[in-house]
Design a protein around this ligand. Structure first.
Ligand SMILES: C[S@@+](CC[C@H](N)C(=O)[O-])C[C@H]1O[C@@H](n2cnc3c(N)ncnc32)[C@H](O)[C@@H]1O
Length: 437
């Protein structure tokens, strides 16, 4: 299995603040059940399937590349960072998906099920692949997700739906019926048009069909939910799928996790999770997204060969330059000291043309602090983020931490930049004899 390189204990900070509660929940090790793998999912699936006593996975949702022939990049105004590549031939696409789907079937619980989200580019191939791997008898539904939005072709109808194939591993999969509100006409009549007066309207609404028109794509660039990760899916869609096919406490996995939509919804619905993505931008987006959402803690396992900026035993492989301000230490009662931390300068690996190093704060996406670095695993106890608002908020660059009094300190700072690069700096210092008491 891949090594753990980081644990994230969400504690988001949006202001230059004094942090007073070092003995609070964020410095207490809470047990970590949620796992994020930054690696090729084939490697992760192989390892998971070969490891004994892994908990059974009740539900898998995947939203793999669609063979759209697009090179996806960050939708953030000043970034343009590579997200993932979606250029394939049908053969290479199916060669990629087939072994992964086979392994997903293997790691699924006997009473588990899988949702595979695709669109017209590959849906006809993928349906056959799923019949072969899961068995046509285990097909449950083809969900048609309809949405609106831009796109003006003069040569064909607007393509405004995706397909989500739902297969069980066996007939004993979980199905919790979902409902939708009755239409205006039905409510006005107090009866459905088809079933007439023998059928009373149910308080929870009408049973949901296999075509969904009530959830739109994330269209607005300023939507609160929009994390500017290309192809990001709406939370409502995942909310419906997860509620429909699992119970609280069931393990849910997404092996093409993107911006972390599935993880965030799992947290909201009380499902432990496994996420996997090999894109550094996906990991960065997920960390900041889950920190903002005050997620339960999660562990990050990484494959250091997956990309240049992957963290290796807690250290980022990067030539980016981070300069911290000189640390000051002040008394804070008998047991604690105040430690000041501040970023003085930061330069990404490649400074884009027309940008000067003086604008350094605009290159930083967010930063994290491990106040007691152990050289192996980066334990992110604080995440310093821009407040989310319509105009880009200011990033806090200075912080005053109250830490337990010790002889020596090893504090690690990890900066994530808007190009999905990261840089760690470790600050080691000792208290003067008088300050040690
Ligand atoms: C369509 S996006 C998923 C978007 C996601 N559902 C969301 O809501 O943000 C597909 C993701 O699969 C990832 N991916 C593609 N091939 C992969 C592989 N072999 N292993 C792991 N992740 C992969 C890409 O980096 C990309 O983030």
């Amino acid at each position: 299995m891949l090594p753990v390189v980081q644990n994230v204990y969400p504690r988001p900070l949006f202001n230059e603040s004094n942090i007073l509660d070092p003995a609070g929940r964020e410095l207490t090790d809470r047990s970590i059940t949620n796992q994020y793998f930054q690696a090729d999912n084939l490697q992760v699936l192989k390892a998971w399937s070969q490891t004994e006593n892994n908990p059974p996975i009740k539900l898998i949702y995947i939203d793999p590349p669609f063979m759209s022939q697009i090179h996806y990049r960050s939708l953030k105004e000043n970034s343009g960072q590579h997200a993932f590549e979606d250029r394939w031939q049908p053969e290479s696409y199916l060669d990629m998906l087939y072994p992964r789907l086979r392994l997903m079937r293997e790691v699924l619980a006997e009473d588990g099920s899988i949702f595979v989200h695709v669109d017209w580019h590959v849906s006809h191939y993928v349906h056959l692949l799923l019949d072969e791997i899961f068995g046509a008898a285990n097909f449950i539904n083809e969900i048609v997700w309809c949405y609106s939005g831009g796109g003006n072709s003069r040569r064909h109808l607007q393509r405004k739906h995706d397909l989500i194939f739902w297969y069980g591993k066996s007939p004993s999969y979980t199905y919790n019926p979902q409902h939708r509100p009755y239409t205006k006409g039905t409510l006005e009549r107090g009866l459905t048009a088809v079933k007439g007066d023998k059928y009373k309207l149910a308080a929870e609404g009408a049973l949901l069909q296999d075509w969904w028109t009530d959830i739109n794509k994330i269209l607005s660039p300023t939507a609160y939910e929009n994390f500017k990760y290309p192809t990001q899916k709406p939370r409502q869609l995942l909310n419906r799928i997860i509620k429909m096919a699992s119970h609280p406490g069931d393990l849910v996995a997404d092996f093409f996790a993107g911006s972390g939509t599935t993880a965030e919804v799992c947290n909201e619905l009380g499902r432990p999770w496994i996420m996997c993505d090999n894109s550094p931008l996906a990991l960065q987006t997920t960390i900041s997204r889950l920190a903002r959402a005050d997620s339960p803690p999660f562990a990050i396992y990484a494959d250091s060969t997956a990309n240049k900026t992957a963290p290796e035993n807690g250290n980022a492989v990067s030539t980016a330059k981070l300069k911290m301000k000189a640390i000051t230490v002040q008394e804070n009662g008998d047991d604690h000291v105040w430690v000041s931390l501040g970023i003085d300068a930061y330069q990404p690996q490649e400074l884009p043309a027309n940008r000067t190093p003086e604008e350094f704060a605009s290159f930083i996406e967010f930063w994290e602090i491990d106040p007691d670095y152990n050289e192996t695993i980066f334990n992110s106890r604080y995440q310093l983020l821009r407040p989310r608002q319509q105009k880009p908020g200011l990033l806090p660059l200075n912080i005053l931490l109250s830490l337990p009094r010790r002889q020596t300190y090893k504090i690690a700072i990890k900066v994530h930049d808007i190009f999905a690069g990261q840089q760690i700096q470790v600050l080691t210092f000792s208290l003067s004899a008088s300050a040690q008491k």
